[in-house]
Design a protein around this ligand. Structure first.
Ligand SMILES: [Mg+2]
Length: 285
């Protein structure tokens, strides 16, 4: 794997923190059963040689168009939430949802419906709550229609069994909506150990720094640059991490082609994730 490994058989005493930043490493000691045990402040002395692997990457997945398709459930739910609140004359025709956060979409839809100047945070919150209710219903009624894209399950398995990375989410979904979608696709949500969501910020470009800050407890530092890898299906996914110079990997399972995502500066772009080994290689290149 080419990971950075320190073999230390004589770890002892109060100067341990001077030898390495302990939380940057995951412990593969024989006595540990945790893949990512954080060692800082541990009072005990290991009784056997201990291997420390540096936490190299924070890997952040978009959801819609990247991990899964809800077969329109998300769009129908948000449309119904707006109609329930504003009346049946409302239309979402011509408004794109992909790449946007849920609060951003709701704001645009409310403005389209003539609420310009009166779109308050309270109003957005009311519609978002309605949306989550409708989404849960939509996903229940359409159980079996939510599909993972090719290679997603295999790629997640590859990444989550590694000890040198943290897998997380970077999505415009409200946090609850994100987990509803992942669960309905049959994914174990606990494999995503950190997340930044549309419920954290309406502007997607704010989300990478939020995710990186949340990962710092697991990684022993706030990761930046190529140590943060964002995987997504839209130009917004490719460009949102530019402030921290994150690496973007595009996937053309959504509405954008490979060449379009490349033109926005993606480090690599794949047709889909079916060659999970190649995607893993691009992440760690
Ligand atoms: Mg997407």
């Amino acid at each position: 794997m080419g990971v950075s490994v320190d073999l230390d058989s004589s770890w002892s005493g109060p100067d341990q923190s001077a030898r390495f930043h302990a939380a940057e490493f995951s412990c593969l000691a024989p006595q540990s059963t945790s893949r990512t045990r954080v060692l800082a402040g541990s009072p005990s002395r290991p009784s056997a040689p201990t291997i420390f692997i540096r936490m190299r990457k924070l890997i952040l997945f978009d959801i819609d168009g990247t991990i899964l398709s809800t077969a329109g459930a998300g769009r129908r739910a948000i449309h119904r939430a707006i109609v329930d609140h504003l009346g049946p004359e409302y239309s979402a025709d011509g408004i794109r949802f992909d790449g946007k956060t849920d609060p951003q979409i709701v704001t645009e839809l409310l403005e389209r419906a003539g609420h310009t100047g009166r779109v308050t945070e309270d109003l957005i919150g009311v519609v978002c709550d309605l949306y989550l209710e409708r989404l849960e219903l939509e996903l229940k009624m359409n159980r079996g229609l939510v599909k993972l894209y090719p290679g997603v399950r295999e790629l997640l398995a590859r990444l989550t069994q590694r000890s040198d990375c943290v897998v997380g989410l970077l999505t415009g979904n409200l946090e609850r909506g994100a987990y509803l979608k992942l669960t309905s696709a049959g994914l174990e949500t606990s494999q995503f150990r950190v997340g930044a969501f549309g419920s954290d910020a309406a502007n997607r470009s704010e989300l990478p720094a939020i995710a990186a800050a949340r990962a710092s407890e697991l990684m022993g530092r706030v990761p930046t640059r190529e140590d943060v890898v964002i995987l997504g299906d839209t130009p917004a996914d490719v460009t949102c991490g530019s402030a921290i110079r994150a690496r973007a990997i595009g996937v053309a399972t959504g509405s954008y082609r490979v060449d379009q995502l490349q033109s926005f500066g993606a480090f690599s772009v794949f047709d889909d994730f079916s060659d999970s080994e190649a995607v893993e290689t691009a992440i760690f290149a």
